[in-house]
Write a protein that binds this ligand. Structure first.
Ligand SMILES: [Ca+2]
Ligand SMILES: [Ca+2]
Ligand SMILES: [Ca+2]
Ligand SMILES: [Ca+2]
Length: 253
């Protein structure tokens, strides 16, 4: 291995960071891994909006990953990122570069708060998302909503995420007091989450919600169903707080 390259997203404004990342690269048997040091280019303000940074030396923190042997026919490369502070980083792509190859991995989620994740490289043996069900609280009165929410659903790996469109049944007044609403099609707004692959029915799901508009929603629970699941098998997540305006909130992390 000769270098790692990182491309920081150009939006949103908080995508940049003034902190560092550490990478762990593994393949083959358990423990066949290298760690970088903290990636930090002392001659440059790194991880800035829209910028590519190249980590190709000990001085920049490549550490034990410099010269780490990655066979050209490797089919199980695993990449982990350790975040080291409280300044979130939202990358667009990372590259793992060897003398004869460059593997690019898209990043579809930000990392923050010293989290450590395996990076999603897309090799899931999938089950597919088919339905989302929401339950609105029956009280207080303002729990109901005529505005819009979208969900982001991720599995345990950094960037293995889909976004729904606005979840809305075209022929129904959704999110009314005490009601269950079912979203199971493109028309209902499942967006990229419709048929999105997850590694298993009991994947380590992480669920986030984005609200828009000024009519708050106070849900009670959200269920997510994969292919052929019946209602009783759906994985449910309690909602513990209302969401309003342009808030983005964690339902389960
Ligand atoms: Ca910076
Ligand atoms: Ca930031
Ligand atoms: Ca409301
Ligand atoms: Ca409504």
């Amino acid at each position: 291995m000769t270098s790692i390259k990182t491309l920081t997203r150009s939006t949103p404004s908080w995508a940049k960071m003034d902190a560092t990342l550490k990478f762990q690269i593994c393949h083959g048997e358990l423990g066949n891994c290298c760690w970088t040091d903290e990636l930090d280019d002392t001659n440059k303000n790194d991880f800035e909006l829209g910028n590519m940074d190249v980590w190709d030396s000990q001085a920049k923190g490549l550490g034990a990953c410099e010269g780490f042997v990655i066979p050209s026919n490797v089919d199980d490369l695993r990449v982990y990122i350790k975040h080291t502070s409280e300044d979130a980083w939202y990358g667009q792509t990372i590259w793992i570069v060897t003398e004869c190859a460059s593997l690019d991995i898209p990043i579809n989620e930000y990392i923050d708060n010293r989290d450590y994740y395996e990076v999603c490289s897309g090799d899931v043996s999938p089950v597919h998302l088919r339905e989302i069900v929401t339950k609105t609280r029956s009280s207080p009165d303002w729990s109901k909503m005529d505005d819009q929410v979208k969900l982001q659903i991720c599995n345990g790996k950094l960037g293995c995420c889909c976004w729904t469109d606005v979840l809305n049944n075209p022929n129904k007044n959704d999110y009314e007091l005490g009601n269950l609403d079912h979203f199971d099609s493109a028309e209902d707004g499942l967006g990229d989450c419709l048929n999105f692959p997850f590694p298993s029915n009991n994947a380590d799901l992480r669920v986030f919600m984005q609200h828009s508009g000024s009519d708050a929603w106070y849900g009670e629970k959200i269920w997510i169903a994969f292919q052929d699941m019946d209602y009783n098998e759906m994985e449910g997540f309690e909602i513990t707080q209302a969401i309003d305006n342009d808030e983005y909130k964690t339902i389960k992390n």
